[in-house]
Design a protein around this ligand. Structure first.
Ligand SMILES: Nc1ncnc2c1ncn2[C@@H]1O[C@H](COP(=O)(O)OP(=O)(O)OP(=O)(O)O)[C@@H](O)[C@H]1O
Ligand SMILES: [Mg+2]
Length: 249
């Protein structure tokens, strides 16, 4: 594989044109989307997808046009959480009228995501393929008019970085943590990366509050990043909890 520096001049300008054309396509598709909010944590299993789906539903019940892009290509959970049936013409429409797109709608039940490419160095290809799958979600789905598009990120920050590159500017970030110090430390790294990229921090949602997870992660991070704690979500919260969170966006 040649690197960018080994390309000839015509190749290089072709690449730039392609990137420009893709950005334009994404921008056109998202023209009717008032705001993009990524839900991230950097830590796995803290409830990003759960918070994304329930927040989306509360916003929709409040009269907003809401879409969810499930950027977790390998562990898509959004169609299940929104009970969105498969459709030939994405986006699918789930509970409370929330629109969504997810790799889960394209995979057979239980099947892992796989790409065909060279067997050697497959991790390189896989990364590139995943980024292009995200680009296709952003460039191909006709959302129509939306007040907000929530992007549910997988753990880690790679997909966030790809998203910034594809969009051309950094999206606003809603952070999810659980109360523990371990979560706080992992989430801190993710928030730093988001701030370094220029994302606006909307605030912190502390999830799974009140049982075995003990700590002050949300408060600590809020003070450190001068951003509000928007909600403390217990296990199995009531719809009012979500409405109160939705009212703050
Ligand atoms: N407040 C809550 N009350 C009840 N169940 C919850 C709550 N928050 C999360 N869960 C459940 O905990 C599990 C993990 O949540 P979820 O899948 O949303 O985490 P995640 O951060 O998206 O994980 P991943 O990092 O794998 O994407 C799910 O089964 C979810 O339904
Ligand atoms: Mg998830």
């Amino acid at each position: 594989m040649r690197t960018y520096h080994q390309l000839t001049d015509p190749d290089r300008s072709g690449l730039l044109d392609q990137i420009g054309a893709q950005r334009k396509r994404v921008a056109e598709r998202l023209a009717g989307v008032r705001r993009i909010v990524t839900v991230m944590s950097g830590k796995g299993g803290v409830g990003k997808s759960y918070v994304t789906a329930h927040l989306a539903r509360a916003l929709a019940r409040g009269g907003w046009g809401v879409g969810v892009l499930d950027a977790d290509l390998n562990g898509p959970t959004i169609p299940g959480l929104l009970q969105a049936p498969p459709t030939a013409q994405p986006p699918a429409v789930g509970l409370d009228g929330v629109k969504c797109i997810s790799m889960g709608q394209f995979l057979d039940a239980g099947a892992p995501l796989s790409f065909t490419g060279p067997a050697a160095e497959s991790f390189v290809w896989r990364g590139a393929m995943e980024a292009s799958a995200l680009r296709e979600f952003l460039g191909d789905v006709e959302w129509g008019t939306l007040d907000v598009l929530l992007v549910d990120l997988p753990p880690g920050m790679q997909r966030y970085i790809e998203l910034c590159d594809i969009l051309g500017n950094p999206p606003a970030v809603l952070t999810v943590t659980i109360p523990t110090p371990e979560s706080r430390d992992a989430v801190r790294r993710a928030m730093r990366a988001a701030v370094d990229r220029g994302s606006e921090l909307l605030g912190i949602v502390e999830n799974m509050v009140g049982r075995e997870f003990v700590g002050t992660a949300a408060q600590d991070l809020a003070e450190e990043f001068a951003t509000p704690v928007l909600a403390r979500i217990p296990w199995h919260p009531t719809p009012e909890t979500w409405s109160q969170l939705a009212a703050q966006l």
